[in-house]
Design a protein around this ligand. Structure first.
Ligand code: PAF
Length: 282
């Protein structure tokens, strides 16, 4: 695996490989890689001749500067994991390389980006679209891989690709969980042992809510989850919404659509964790 730091060097490599008929898969990441990222990389490796993994902590998507400062940066360990997964290139640019001048572009995909994370993290998805569109332009991948844990991000990126007519396929990959159910996240590394115990209640509640939902209404299921999280000292619910998986708008009964997802964000201490569960999938 080669580590490349500039767009120019990466493009020189990729142009030659594309000319030989290789397909290119891109896995955008912010580093601090774990088994969830590894599953995306392995999927790309199995579906493409060349896999580029970008490792870049994108400053424009952090609405909380403290979060940006605290974000783990572990490039050496990341590269070891990527090499083991069979990635072809780790693309680790500097901030100046990706943003030689301030990015003033505005991306707006209302109502997808105004609800849930969009409401609580103003500007976050604009920053995500800025960096992901730059990566698509730099790498020109045939396929790009994103995890379903960031369910809203995936829906917005699909919409950006549709509206901007990027010629590539977006591949959504299932959430990877610890054996006990906790969704893998780079932020889990910041949890103390006690917080880790509390955090486990998030996925446990979501799983239980799926059984509960089979015999209860949407509003009863919302309350079931809200009450279960409120009962755990050390957890603070930011939101739990049951939405149409395509439009991300709230549903008020199970028969309103064929794709229904519950999306949750919970503070565990000062660590903000997200997760989601599918109640119905078309
Ligand atoms: O999901 C992430 O890690 C980031 O939002 C992404 C897609 C790599 C853009 O910085």
């Amino acid at each position: 695996m080669k580590i490349v730091h500039t767009i120019k060097d990466l493009q020189a490599e990729l142009t030659a490989l594309r000319a030989q008929g290789e397909t290119v898969g891109l896995v955008p990441t912010m580093g601090a890689l774990h088994a969830g990222h590894a599953s995306l990389v392995k999927r790309s490796v199995s579906e493409n001749g060349v896999t580029v993994v970008s490792v870049f902590v994108n400053p424009t998507q952090f609405n909380d500067k403290n979060d940006l400062v605290k974000y783990p940066r572990t490039l050496d360990a990341d590269c070891k994991l990527l090499e083991a997964c069979g990635a072809t290139y780790a693309f680790a640019p500097s901030v100046e390389e990706m943003y030689p001048e301030p990015d003033t572009r505005q991306f707006s995909y209302a109502p997808l980006d105004t609800v849930m994370e969009g409401a609580f993290r103003p500007g976050h998805f604009n920053g995500v679209c800025q960096i992901v569109s730059k990566l698509f332009e730099a790498v020109k991948p045939h396929r790009a891989y994103f995890g379903e844990k960031d369910f809203q991000q995936l829906a917005i990126i699909r919409e950006m690709v549709r509206q901007m007519q990027f010629d590539l396929e977006i591949v959504g990959c299932p959430i990877v969980r610890e054996e006990d159910g906790l969704a893998l996240s780079s932020r889990n590394a910041r949890l103390s042992a006690e917080e880790r115990e509390n955090a486990l209640k998030i996925s446990q509640t979501l799983f239980k809510s799926r059984t509960f939902a089979a015999t209860h209404t949407v509003s009863e299921t919302l309350k079931f989850v809200e009450d279960a999280i409120a009962a755990v000292p050390g957890l603070r619910l930011e939101y739990f919404e049951i939405v149409d998986g395509n439009t991300l708008q709230k549903v008020d009964n199970w028969n309103q659509t064929s794709y229904v997802v519950g999306c949750i964000t919970v503070f565990c201490g000062d660590v903000r964790l997200i997760d989601n569960i599918k109640y119905k999938e078309s």
